[in-house]
Ligand binder design. Sequence first.
Ligand SMILES: Nc1ncnc2c1ncn2[C@@H]1O[C@H](COP(=O)(O)OP(=O)(O)OP(=O)(O)O)[C@@H](O)[C@H]1O
Length: 319
Amino acid sequence: MRPIARIRDAAGPGVPHQHGPTDDAASATRAADTTPAARQRNAVVCLRAASVRVGGRALWSDVNLDIAPGEFVAVLGPNGVGKSTLVKAILGLIPITGGDVTVLGHKPGHLAHLVGYLPQRRSFDASLPIRGVDIVRLGWDGDRWGLPRPGAARAARKAIDEAIELVGASAYAHRPIGQCSGGEQQRLLIAQALVRRPRLLLLDEPLDSLDLPNQAAVAALIGRICAEEGASVMMVAHDANPILPHLHRVVYLAEDGAVAGTPGEVITSETLTRLYRTTIEVLHTSDGRLMVVGQPEPAAVHTDRHSVAGQQGAGHADH
Ligand SMILES: Nc1ncnc2c1ncn2[C@@H]1O[C@H](COP(=O)(O)OP(=O)(O)OP(=O)(O)O)[C@@H](O)[C@H]1O
């Protein structure tokens, strides 16, 4: 086992760190889980020595990860390392080729109604004649065909209204989605992922293309969902800074493993240098942000889209 495999998940839950939430139900739940065995037993998501191949190529391998109930976890790493693929493996959309993955104790895909998903890169044409509320409804019954059961319409309306209220989108939910701002669209899409009150929410770069105030607002919303709904959130991000105040844990993904722990433990020059086997510097700016310098591109991928590896936020910032 390489050194990185031994240090992964080094940080147990409840380990204090400078950025994490301090007073919420999730923290209380996690405080009870003090051993790796307890983490695994209670895990909403559990990966053990998991590996994936796409297009005939090994993408990542030997990934170990537990996500506890109510935890807000960010998945970070260079472009093309396989973060979205990790989310798809947890959804059961992409099969793992080695190791084991369970979601709420079952094989991925078996409890789909308990998992909400916001895919990467969504945009709506300004002329699309679909209201925000209709987008949210798709999360409720978009996969159900045939005549609704008696009382189903009332139950749907209630669930949809509650989800819209939860994300604070009531004021614009009846506008055409294409006429909502990027931040408003994002809230409505999060409501769509939330409408069935999932126990696990998988969000693939939900802050992408939002301005800084909207990034902060959506990050706070997601933190609140963890705290108030008790949902576990796994969010792919290319910059951890906007979510640092709300995060419990981060996972840095590399080709041959991953490191998980609190942000203070994982986003360090030493840990990331060891993970990527190249010199990486984590700089702390005076306003509390983290800058990761020198993070590599994975071999032989993304040279078309991302030809320059440079200075990045606590993640990567070249989208
Ligand atoms: N179905 C597929 N067939 C072939 N290659 C694939 C497939 N899905 C993903 N890939 C490739 O796998 C690699 C990882 O893709 P993925 O989207 O998971 O990376 P990522 O870390 O989320 O990247 P980014 O940060 O750029 O969004 C990429 O090189 C991608 O082109």
